[in-house]
Design a binder for this molecule. Structure first.
Ligand SMILES: [Zn+2]
Ligand SMILES: [Zn+2]
Length: 435
């Protein structure tokens, strides 16, 4: 691909190395070409990919807003208030990860427009121009999901700039993707779910027999390796039993296991059971959180709650005495360690800060499966959520109850008002694993 960016531009053009379509890494070359043509396109080149201050505050939003709002006695103008809203609130229409992907797609389209020499005519994009772009993207072997994301990014771009969008005709969007999926539709790489039998194997990991030692603190390598494998296995089991995404499990802290939860409310039947406090899930627009349940296993080998306690004891993790999680369940606790902390570099023990990332957690789950003997080429971090949801649905847990645990996408406002008379249905997902 040859792109003409003017005599000064060539040396400073940087490319995004991760995209299928040739894409500038920054707006710089586009700005230079626009300046050369006397175009004013600065409005097109916004970036909303960064985490907003309100997203970064982890629900401690009152001080965050106070910091942003400034002194109310100074009476900001309507324009100033609007600008602040647009800057701090509007981007959150979409999750930060989606915004970041869309920014890259906008850059791909701009790169294409520079290459084609049609930058002045790019926006608003006509249906014909969009089709031309898609054809060139196909020439770079862009897959259907990439094309779909690109089109969605283009539509969001028009919406943000208040321009008439392409594909506005009746069913134009559906028809376009029909034609694109006719020849591309092929099975995706199959990812296995972590089914009930696999959860039992994860929970059944045992310390290898070895001569008496000083444990992890005595720097016994066998014990240290075992403890990490144990953390991996329990991360996989908990993520599966709670139908969680990796990011949600990574976000859990030791104080998010609420032991004897229903027992305290008087449900004798669920004595010893625990709720897992999932602070916020991807589709939990109302930020209510979800509290999937873990019960007490008949077979002590599979008792996930007891196993978590031994993991934390051996790893030196505990709920801090000044923890306020039960009063402020939606906030990240500043004093307690993660439920599944990252490994320390020295080969012994764990680091509690920073918390594990979503990909750390995914790696833990896959490593755990390998450590109990699975061929992990067909498993990934998503296997946990897949396994939880499939096992529960197969066992007949009603979809509207499962939602309370899994937070899967369905925007039905009425669900906000569902309060069960008994947690029995919430325990059914756990019961489906027959532990
Ligand atoms: Zn040892
Ligand atoms: Zn805490």
């Amino acid at each position: 691909m040859l792109v003409v960016v003017g005599s000064q531009g060539g040396r400073s053009v940087a490319w995004n190395s991760r995209t299928q379509l040739p894409t500038f890494a920054t707006f710089g070359p586009v700005l230079r070409v626009a300046a050369g043509l006397g175009l004013r396109i600065n409005d097109w080149l916004y970036s909303d990919a960064e985490e907003t201050a309100l997203e970064a505050c982890h629900a401690n939003w009152q001080p965050a807003v106070r910091g942003l709002a400034g002194d109310a006695r100074l009476v900001p103008s309507v324009d100033e208030s609007l600008a602040a809203f647009n800057r701090h609130v509007l981007p959150m229409e979409r999750a930060q990860k989606t915004r970041s992907k869309y920014l890259t797609h906008r850059l791909s389209v701009l790169t294409w427009a520079v290459w084609k020499g049609i930058l002045p005519d790019l926006l608003p994009m006509s249906d014909d121009l969009l089709r031309a772009f898609l054809w060139d993207a196909l020439a770079f072997e862009a897959t259907l999901p990439v094309l779909k994301h690109a089109v969605n990014a283009i539509l969001a771009w028009h919406e943000r700039l208040r321009l008439p969008p392409p594909l506005a005709g009746k069913r134009a969007y559906q028809r376009l993707f029909h034609s694109l999926s006719r020849f591309q539709g092929r099975p995706r790489r199959l990812i296995f779910p972590i089914y009930a039998g696999a959860v039992r194997r994860l929970l059944g990991l045992r310390r290898p027999d070895h001569p008496p030692c000083g444990g992890v603190r005595g720097r016994c390598l066998i014990c240290a390796e075992y403890l990490r494998a144990w953390r991996n296995c329990l991360a996989g089991a908990v993520a599966t039993l709670t139908c969680s995404r990796c990011a949600e499990t990574a976000d859990l802290q030791v104080c998010d296991l609420w032991e004897r939860f229903d027992e305290k409310a008087g449900y004798e039947r669920f004595r010893g059971g625990a709720a897992v406090n999932v602070k916020v899930r991807k589709n939990d627009q109302f930020r209510q959180g979800h509290q999937p349940r873990l019960g007490v296993a008949r077979n002590p080998d599979w008792d996930v709650i007891a196993h978590l306690r031994t993991l934390w004891r051996d790893a030196g993790l505990a709920v801090h005495p000044s923890c306020q999680k039960r009063l402020l369940p939606e906030r990240r606790c500043p004093v307690c360690p993660p439920m599944f902390p990252r490994s320390a570099r020295d080969g012994f023990g764990f680091v509690t800060h920073p918390p594990p990332s979503s990909s750390d957690l995914s790696r833990m789950i896959v490593d755990g499966l390998r450590q109990v003997g699975f061929d992990t080429s067909l498993f990934s971090g998503i296997s946990a959520r897949k396994g939880g949801l499939s096992t529960a649905i197969e066992a007949g847990v009603p979809e509207h109850i499962l939602w309370m645990q899994s937070g899967h996408a369905q925007d039905v406002a009425a669900r906000r008002y569902v309060h069960l008379g008994s947690p029995a249905l919430l325990y059914n997902t756990w019961a489906a694993f027959g532990l």
